[in-house]
Design a protein around this ligand. Sequence first.
Ligand code: OSB
Ligand code: MG
Length: 368
Amino acid sequence: MKITEITIRHLQMKLKAPFTTSFGTFTNKDFLLLEAKNEDGTIGWGESVAFHSPWYNEETLKTNWHMLEDFLIPLILNKEISHPDEVSEIFEPIRKNNMAKSTIEGAIWDIYAQQTNQSLASALGGKKDKIEVGISIGIQKSIDDLVALVDEYVKEGYKRIKVKIKPGWDVDVIRTLREKFPDVAIMADANSAYRLSDAELLKQLDEFNLTMIEQPLASDDIIDHATLQKQLKTPICLDESIHSLEDARKAVELGATKIINIKIGRVGGLTEAKKIHDYCESKGIPVWCGGMLESGIGRAHNVALTTLTNFILPGDTASSNRYWEKDIIEPEVVAVDGYIQVPQTAGIGYKVNIETVESYTVDKKVYK
Ligand code: OSB
Ligand code: MG
């Protein structure tokens, strides 16, 4: 295939409820959507998971647009590509900027799946026809508010509850949840809010039988996480620290992580995500698919990736209607009793509603 035209749109979608992590609060989701067209008119979609501000990592919507416009799109336009695995090789001269790279790579995987007449899940080698999902709950105004939300989501059937923690919103919160929900799989995500000097506090979480603690220490660290893991019974799961197969290998070899959260954007695309999955499978390290408050397009890519066999633990891909009044795909992503049915039609498997896309678009540019 040859990509002959690419459209970038900046969308702004209002979240139904604000989402608060240790690093800040989201009320709107601003993100880039990428529409790629090949020489026969087939269209593929990719979503950038870079946020408006560099809180989660250093990439932003604007740095992604810059990287796409000035470096990545020129490397891709009119180049013969026979398989999406080639995209990461084409991008190799460009350092990092994984979320920007992943945006194009995702669209090319979508086109490739359509051209080979298979679902994106099958194109990736996925085996499941339904996936198990959990939900990630932000920091709330009170513990009572959090308990009420957890109760609601447990009743909806989500298979695991993740709660955000930060200093001052941690041990007491988790103790209360464990008392109220003795049999629910609960995990905590700190988004890098602690330091190794907080080890005594983090050890107090060991008594609550958490499935894991996600990214307690610095976003670029694997050394201190290894030291911390030796002191904790609760398995550590790395999110922010893993950008590549090489990072995953080093973190696993050091004992810094017993579980890995794979986010397609953070690792530079589906090809790298698959490599990390395969490596972890060979080492007996379970993985799960993280979320970045994606619209339906990013969500569809996450559903497809999660069909790979070593996605053993439920991910963060909740129903579209948990985030949005109206998503940009049809049908929307729906979790029923904690399961999402994997679409079997060619490509990402959901129809993009272009009118809805346009209604959320605040900026747009075409490249050819
Ligand atoms: O660390 O997984 C994270 C949201 C924004 C930034 C980082 C994270 C998250 C989530 C939400 O946990 C996952 C989702 O529901 O998409
Ligand atoms: Mg996380």
